[in-house]
Design a protein around this ligand. Structure first.
Ligand SMILES: *Cc1c(COP(=O)(O)O)cnc(C)c1O
Length: 400
């Protein structure tokens, strides 16, 4: 069996580009918070595909909705209407409190859509001269992998070798409202920001930051665009991470758990003043808003609400965080996070610890060398967190 896994890994390495460095585990099946490899060994999934699996692997209600739709109609293109697009967009708008939504597939496409929407608004509504619109972003951001998006990344792994960068972006430190205020000029149309920087290692801004950001953006007529692809849909203990700050962004970008992990589905939601500027032919996607995606998306959102997953993330996130903080190990520098988006920063490289955790039946991935992110599906129970905490303490004890 081990032989089989090694062969499958070798096959992927031989025929696939090496743009990832996966843990040496080959998964075959998943259910709830667990995944199994081909040898039948069970693991906790503490990555949840970077928060795409908030509803857990193969949630029965989402699988049923997908099955019901498969065999009916899967793709119409937007050249025609389909029976599920309206209901899905309505649901996204109700949950985000926005007027309109524009459906795409991957997160990066939704970020690109938001960038285009903010620029368009800058020209048509704010009167910014042609081709002069600028968008402010934060250092250590992660918004995806397209050429434009990596062009404003501050991570050399992301941008080096992929230039020239798209102009029109300006980087400021994350969590610093004064820097935002200082960076705003008449040609700035938007501020694109993650409520918590997940990929950068679960960076949480100082309390009150987003209230100040909201106030500065409103005062200077700058659109506040929240990338909630990772932090949204219950992950941090509220439906959206910015709900903790009691503010509403002008645009919100969703992806990942919008499908519960069954399908790539993303969307941008905003006001009529912003998204209403798109006219036929100005933007699109062959698969965006297809009926299979809409059926899955409706079910995925329904599960989050009906099973009160944000509430569970809040309650069990606090419990998990306290449990991690109680582990006395001098190599733990800090435990931080909100809801079930937790990061444990070590004084040493985290990859070897992830390998021990894997052997012990818990999958987690290091982010930026020193931090392990623990972000299980939000359907996790208290008893399962106790088991996970036991595995984590034992792994730390073995970790030399
Ligand atoms: C994952 C992620 C993206 C990109 O989503 P893809 O579906 O991988 O393109 C963008 N922003 C944030 C905050 C993310 O976590």
């Amino acid at each position: 069996m081990k032989d089989k896994a090694e062969k499958l890994i070798a096959l992927a390495e031989r025929y696939g580009a090496h743009n990832y460095h996966p843990l040496p585990v080959v998964l075959e099946r998943g259910k709830g918070v667990f995944v199994w490899d081909a040898a039948g060994k069970r693991y906790f999934d503490m990555l949840s595909a970077y928060s795409a699996l908030n509803q857990g692997h193969n949630h029965p209600k989402i699988v049923a909705a997908a099955k019901k739709q498969l065999g009916r109609i899967s793709l119409t293109s937007r050249a025609f209407h389909n029976v599920l697009l309206g209901p899905f967009l309505q649901r996204v708008c109700e949950l985000t409190g926005q007027d309109m939504a524009l459906p795409m597939n991957s997160g990066a496409e939704a970020v690109e859509t938001a960038i285009k929407a903010m620029r368009l608004w800058g020209y048509r509504k704010k009167g910014i001269p042609k081709n002069k619109a600028r968008i402010i972003v934060c250092e250590q951001n992660f918004h995806g992998r397209t050429t434009t998006i990596v062009g404003f990344s501050s991570d050399p792994d992301s941008y080096d070798g992929f230039g020239p960068a798209t102009p029109g972006f300006l980087k400021i430190p994350f969590g610093n409202a004064a820097a935002l205020q200082a960076a705003i000029t008449a040609d700035v149309c938007g501020f694109l920001v993650e409520p918590i920087q997940g990929e950068a290692g679960v960076n949480i801004p100082p309390a009150g930051y987003f209230q100040k950001v909201r106030e500065i953006c409103s005062r200077h007529k700058v659109l506040l665009c929240a990338d909630e692809i990772q932090t949204g849909l219950g992950r941090t203990g509220k439906f959206f991470a910015l709900d903790h700050e009691k503010i509403k962004p002008d645009l919100v970008i969703l992806g990942k758990a919008l499908s519960g992990g069954l399908y790539p589905i993303s969307a941008v939601a905003s006001s009529k003043e912003v998204l209403g500027l798109f006219k036929p032919g100005t933007h699109g996607s062959t698969f965006g808003g297809n009926p299979l995606a809409c059926a899955i998306g409706l079910a995925a959102l329904d599960v989050l609400v009906k099973e009160k997953l944000p509430e569970n993330a809040d309650k069990l996130g606090r419990y998990f965080k306290a449990g991690l903080e109680a582990i006395a190990d001098p190599r733990i520098k800090e435990v931080r996070g909100r809801g079930l988006l937790l990061g444990v920063e070590l004084t040493v490289k985290a990859r070897p610890l992830c390998e021990i955790l894997m052997r012990k039946g818990l999958l987690a991935k290091e982010t930026h060398d020193h931090t392990v992110r623990f972000a299980p599906p939000l359907v996790i129970t208290k008893a399962q967190i106790d088991q996970a905490l036991r595995i984590i303490s034992e792994a730390l004890a073995e970790f030399k």
